[in-house]
Write a protein that binds this ligand. Structure first.
Ligand SMILES: *[C@@H]1O[C@H](CO)[C@@H](O)[C@H](O)[C@H]1NC(C)=O
Ligand SMILES: *[C@@H]1O[C@H](CO)[C@@H](O)[C@H](O)[C@H]1NC(C)=O
Ligand SMILES: *[C@@H]1O[C@H](CO)[C@@H](O)[C@H](O)[C@H]1NC(C)=O
Ligand SMILES: CC(=O)N[C@H]1CO[C@H](CO)[C@@H](O)[C@@H]1O
Length: 396
């Protein structure tokens, strides 16, 4: 190698870069150093709370490190109330495991709870809610605790979760409630098809939420979208088993925030109960759903691939007028194809008082047993785009 002036400059630069970057190393709090034991049996809750308190005491970006191994944790509240830090990263190589007795966390809303935090990131790791015994209790008809959501962010901003694996939550896996700017990337979520109420990701009262490159197989909705969700972007999702993506149930309350600007782009549903569902209670409400785009979706043997159900009223209880007040408008379905497990692959059952409007179907091709499926409409307005295939034939 010829030593040129440039090489020397480069070496000097590299040297100084190395020195400055090592001085700039941010504090790292290793939960093992703080007393956690990775045997899966010793309660490590205190060590995690201490790590959080230490990271919160500084204003410098800080890392909480969880080495490989299994760390037993009871309920933790990672609260932003006394937290000075706006850049805390969890780097997780190991697994956080819930107590084996479901009663320990089963009556609290959340197992791993973040409240009023800003700038929290979680990279890697696995959380194991150990829900199996609780589901068995629920499925046996005995009285059991409701179950805890595994991981939730409430009232928080600027959150990133990348590469987390959630296994066997008691109730929902992940809940995003009243948050702004949330990125959920490369997620894996898994629970058996018959596990009750194990929604994958629930989003409500939140804006600028992105879910990308994720695989969700669970016992309830892969993604459920509640009141007040806006600017939600879902891309590259594999869903199944599960109940699909559901906007709703909405419209339980008279006064309710609407859902708007939701995009689902590139998704595959395999053997799921629903594909793309919008569901509202048949009750008076001032809620609404508008500006939704479903694009590039593959259905593989899905029971109800495309469905709007505004007459949701299980057991015909609590629905005085039997009509939904939720206004549904501007819902686009583009390039949706594959197979339906029932004959009616497209069903729009809208409110009599507030018919759906602005539904559009473009390049839709869904088959049932190798034949064109059928569609059914009630109080649904919109159009099928004449330039592409629309099969089943639109009833709009
Ligand atoms: C969130 O991030 C944005 C952009 O980096 C920043 O301007 C804003 O202050 C952050 N919000 C909070 C609550 O930290
Ligand atoms: C809709 O949401 C996306 C993010 O998902 C955002 O980029 C876009 O600006 C929003 N559109 C409107 C009209 O607010
Ligand atoms: C719809 O898809 C099926 C199965 O892939 C295919 O055989 C059929 O030709 C398609 N229909 C139209 C009208 O393109
Ligand atoms: C460790 C801790 O403070 N846990 C509490 C977190 O909040 C729930 C209620 O939301 C309480 O039940 C826990 O005791």
């Amino acid at each position: 190698m010829v030593i040129t002036k440039t090489t020397i400059q480069l070496l000097i630069f590299t040297f100084f870069f190395y020195i400055t970057s090592s001085f700039a190393d941010n504090p790292t709090y290793n939960v093992e150093t703080l007393g956690a034991t990775s045997d899966g049996d010793t309660d490590c809750t205190k060590a995690f709370s201490s790590a959080w308190a230490a990271a919160c005491a500084t204003t410098e970006p800080a890392t909480i490190y969880v080495p490989s191994g299994r760390f037993l944790i009871e309920n933790v509240n990672f609260s932003g109330k006394l937290c000075k830090n706006k850049a805390i990263t969890f780097r997780i190589d190991g697994t956080l495991v819930a107590p084996s007795d479901y009663n320990v966390i089963g009556s609290s809303d959340t197992w791993l709870k973040f409240d009023r935090v800003a700038g929290v990131s979680i990279y890697g790791g696995m959380i194991d809610g150990r829900g199996t015994d609780l589901w068995a209790c629920k499925n046996s008809g005995k009285s059991c605790p409701k179950g805890a959501t595994s991981l939730a962010f409430y009232n928080s901003n600027n959150i990133t979760i990348n590469g987390l694996y959630s296994l066997n939550s008691q109730m929902f896996h992940i809940n995003i409630d009243n948050c702004h700017n949330v990125n959920l990337l490369n997620m894996k979520i898994s629970a058996p098809a018959n596990s009750p109420n194990t929604d994958g990701i629930h989003v409500q009262q939140s804006s600028e939420v992105v879910l990308m490159n994720s695989h969700i197989g669970t016992g309830d909705d892969c993604v459920s979208i509640g009141p007040g969700a806006s600017n939600l972007w879902i891309e590259n999702l594999a869903c199944g088993p599960g109940h699909g993506i559901s906007i709703g149930s909405l419209g339980w309350s008279l006064e309710e925030a609407g859902v708007q600007n939701v995009t689902v782009k590139t998704a595959t549903f395999t053997g799921t109960q629903n594909g793309l569902r919008l569901k509202t209670w048949a009750r008076p409400s001032n809620g609404f759903v508008k500006d939704v785009v479903f694009q590039h979706v593959v259905m593989v043997n899905v029971r109800y691939p495309i469905i709007i159900d505004q007459n949701y009223c299980p057991d015909h209880k609590n629905c005085p007028s039997q009509e939904s007040g939720v206004r549904v408008s501007d819902i686009k379905y583009e390039d949706i194809h594959g197979t339906s497990a029932t004959k009616v692959a497209v069903k729009f059952d809208c409110s009599k008082t507030y018919p759906c409007n602005g539904i559009t179907l473009t390049e839709v091709n869904l088959t049932f047993k190798d034949k064109p499926a059928t569609s059914s409409c009630a109080n649904a307005g919109g159009m099928a785009d004449g330039t592409g295939v629309v099969q089943p034939t639109s009833c709009l």
